[in-house]
Design a protein around this ligand. Structure first.
Ligand SMILES: C[S@@+](CC[C@H](N)C(=O)[O-])C[C@H]1O[C@@H](n2cnc3c(N)ncnc32)[C@H](O)[C@@H]1O
Length: 282
């Protein structure tokens, strides 16, 4: 009797699993075509084929990076390139390279470098060869990795020399108050005048110390927000606030965020006008 009941339970579990895989796939493939198509301005200096392939592959790459964050960053890369801003790209918190690949695609390999820092402990915890998968993923997008520097260490051990002259600095490593504050301090010194700092998991209720750390740090008054959305906060130097705010309002997001349910609104944060990206109410 017990044996039969177990069998019934198992077959029920199996059916539920098959159902969920099937419906997820359907959902995925339906929604995917819309989400993974990407519009790139014709004057954007970037390898368009590779970027299109990256977005096509988006859901097969494992990681913590949403497609709308990726499209927002692509738009910011467009703005920087339109304005002839040159500099390195740097990321703390790489995991398997989902966001790193996009930063790599932004880089003009002739003159810009991509720095990646991770202590690779996430892979240990998940029992996967994190570093090996990262290299495999990077190698599938780039013919050679000479423009990339990988720092296998805690971000607190990074030196300014390793990440200086950055035009985009992505913070997605340790999510505690202390780690966030340390990474943000480093990023502020590492960015060029027109550099941008992008902080992951801002306003994410699962990572309250990130939001807390940012709020405390912004009290210094040297950095200002210009955009928030899709759990990313974008900061620039206070001296560049007006300049960036004008650019993000004139070099339109509509060319990059091609989804009718998504838009950017004008809102205020810490007394600054900013853009907020998100899903429209129904
Ligand atoms: C949320 S994941 C990064 C996700 C990644 N950006 C993506 O696109 O999928 C966070 C990563 O940060 C790394 N990490 C956490 N704390 C760190 C620290 N203090 N220094 C360096 N890396 C750290 C982890 O090993 C993990 O790979």
């Amino acid at each position: 009797m017990l044996y039969n009941l177990d069998l019934v339970k198992q077959s029920f579990k199996l059916k539920t699993l098959i159902k969920s895989i099937f419906s997820n796939n359907l959902l995925h493939s339906n929604g995917n075509n819309l989400l993974t198509s990407v519009i790139i301005d014709s004057s954007h200096k970037i390898n368009k084929n590779k970027v299109e392939n990256y977005f096509k592959d988006f859901y097969s790459l494992q990681g913590w990076f949403s497609i709308f964050s990726a499209k927002t960053l692509l738009w910011l890369d467009f703005i920087q390139k339109q304005e002839k801003i040159e500099g390195n790209l740097f990321e703390i918190g790489v995991y398997l390279g989902k966001s790193s690949i996009l930063f790599g695609l932004f880089a003009d390999q002739e003159k810009e470098r991509l720095g990646l820092c991770d202590h690779f402990k996430a892979g240990e915890r998940r029992k996967i060869p994190q570093k090996e998968i990262l290299y495999k993923n990077l190698n599938s997008y780039f013919d050679n990795l000479e423009f990339i520097d990988i720092y296998d260490k805690e971000s607190i051990a990074l030196t300014l020399d390793e990440c200086k002259n950055s035009r985009m600095f992505h913070i997605d490593g340790g999510h505690t108050f202390v780690q966030l504050t340390n990474d943000l301090q480093l990023a502020e010194t590492a960015i060029i005048d027109k550099g941008l700092i992008i902080i992951d998991d801002f306003f994410n209720p699962r990572c309250p110390e990130v939001t807390e750390g940012v709020y405390k740090y912004l009290d210094k008054g040297t950095l200002t927000p210009i955009m928030v959305g899709f759990m990313k906060l974008v900061l620039c130097k206070k001296s560049m606030y007006k300049w960036y705010f004008e650019k993000i309002n004139t070099l339109g997001w509509k060319n990059y965020i091609n989804n009718e349910k998504i838009d950017f609104l004008n809102r205020k944060m810490f007394g600054y006008n900013i853009l907020t990206g998100g899903q429209q109410a129904n």
